[in-house]
Design a protein around this ligand. Structure first.
Ligand code: ZN
Length: 460
């Protein structure tokens, strides 16, 4: 069935990088989005120019935006948002997170948390996501099963941990077992690029790895990279001197940089000890405190960054330097980092990004354009998932992943959009409207979520 969706359409057209997002912003206040029976977009533009075809679904009064892409979120932390008592990263993991994640060993609990995780993604319009998984295979099975039932896109992999503090013991396995479980998950759930479900190799972070594990993961990734398997981990998040994550990595491994440990150079002096885990299907979360060399290496390998400012504020991690990171040419997408991030909604992450980067010191301060924000939460995410040819905007030929945002369903947003001051200049007025839409949006305003043209339904 061919369907024409009417509404106020906003997206980033074409394939710009973030510096070209402003010019690529396309808006059609009286727009039409036509989707064919295989879920592919055949037209996006003004309603008056749209070919008359198929069924019409009238969302006038609402906005149609590309589905939000969350490039870093933790499924086992669904109930761990706003967990108090943890201090910064390493204390928070020890006190709040490892014990919470251990509860997923119970398959009944795992089934419940998987349903609630999927429901939260639907509420917040997150149509595609890179999801940090549970250590427990039954819990991962529940996550993939519930996601498939709902019809969302998912890349996920079990969280690998072979060393750690006593609180992490329930999450740890031997090196051999870790590789066995990863390989089994790939065989069970990894689909090709026509599938909504794909798998990643997911070491929690370098401090959860031995050099033997890093070497074994490199061998595994060499074997499965050709099948389109992803890689996901954390990088340069907490730099508290002496006891923080980055100093701990450098002193334990005697490497020159944190990134080296994921790049096969995890032996003392950053000597090569195995294969690199970097590439076009690799996403590193945070990257707050990178050196220029690390940023250049990520750009060179096509590795993306999941930028998680809400989480970085929650754990006191600092702020990824926007100008320097973007100037290095590395793709920066948005991540909630649920549960250190205490927002499920990608537009809230984008609003936070606006605030923290405007607050960077001196000449580093930057007022991100609303089109750059929208780009970061949609097309950059699709690029990070190496799926830009399939979704991320409304270009003809892409699969129709979109959200319907109805301001009438969230009065604070309605009041902003109806009464906010607008410039006389049309382009500035358009930008002001988009900015208010993104920052003022909350979950209740999202009234429809579509993946590949099919409406996504919450698990019951
Ligand atoms: Zn994280």
């Amino acid at each position: 069935m061919i369907v024409t969706y009417l509404g106020h359409i906003v997206h980033i057209a074409g394939a710009p990088d973030v510096t070209g997002a402003r010019e690529a912003l396309a808006t059609f206040p009286d727009g039409a989005l036509i989707v064919d029976d295989s879920g592919v977009i055949t037209y996006c533009g003004p309603r008056q120019d749209a070919p008359a075809t198929g069924t019409v679904v009238d969302h006038r009064g609402s906005f149609l935006l590309p589905g939000f892409v969350d490039t870093h979120m933790h499924f086992p932390q669904t109930y761990s948002l706003d967990a108090y008592g943890g201090g910064q990263l390493l204390e928070w993991l020890d006190t709040c997170i490892f014990p919470a994640e251990a509860r997923l060993a119970d398959p009944v609990f795992a089934g419940r948390i998987a349903r609630d995780f999927v429901a939260a993604r639907i509420r917040s319009g997150t149509t595609a996501a890179m999801v940090f998984g549970s250590a427990f295979p039954d819990a991962q099975d529940a996550l993939f099963t519930e996601t498939e039932r709902a019809g969302l896109r998912l890349v996920s992999g079990r969280g690998v941990q072979t060393v750690g503090p006593p609180s992490a013991a329930p999450l740890m396995t031997s090196e051999e077992r870790a590789i066995e479980l990863c390989a089994a998950e790939i065989d069970r759930w990894h689909g090709d690029d026509s599938s909504l479900l794909q798998v990643a190799v997911v070491p929690r972070f370098t401090l959860s790895m031995s050099t033997r594990t890093l070497a074994a993961l490199g061998e595994l990734y060499d074997d499965v990279r050709g099948r389109g398997v992803f890689m996901h981990s954390h990088l340069n998040e907490n730099n508290r001197p002496g006891t923080g994550e980055i100093d701990a990595v450098k002193s334990l491994f005697s490497v020159n940089s944190y990134l080296d440990t994921y790049d096969g150079r995890f032996l003392p002096g950053s000597a090569v000890g195995g294969s690199s885990l970097l590439g076009r299907r690799t996403i590193m979360a945070h990257a707050v405190h990178c050196t220029d060399t690390e940023l250049a290496r990520m750009a060179e390998t096509g590795t993306s960054i999941a930028h998680c400012p809400v989480s970085q504020q929650f754990l006191g991690s600092g702020t990824m330097p926007w100008r320097r990171t973007v100037a290095a040419g590395v793709n920066v997408a948005a991540g909630t980092d649920v549960g250190a991030g205490d927002e499920w909604l990608i537009p809230q992450v984008l609003g936070c990004a606006f605030k923290v980067h405007l607050s960077e010191p001196g000449d580093d301060a930057v007022a991100l354009h609303p089109a750059e924000l929208l780009f970061t939460g949609t097309l950059a995410g699709a690029r990070a998932l190496d799926a830009e040819s399939r979704f991320g905007n409304f270009d003809a030929g892409k699969e129709a992943d979109f959200v319907v945002v109805d301001p009438a369903r969230w009065e604070p947003l309605e009041l902003l959009l109806s009464n906010g001051i607008r410039a006389e200049d049309d382009e500035m007025a358009r930008d002001q409207l988009l900015f208010a839409l993104l920052l003022g949006m909350r979950e209740p305003a999202i009234t429809g979520v579509y993946v590949r043209g099919a409406r996504v339904v919450a698990p019951s």
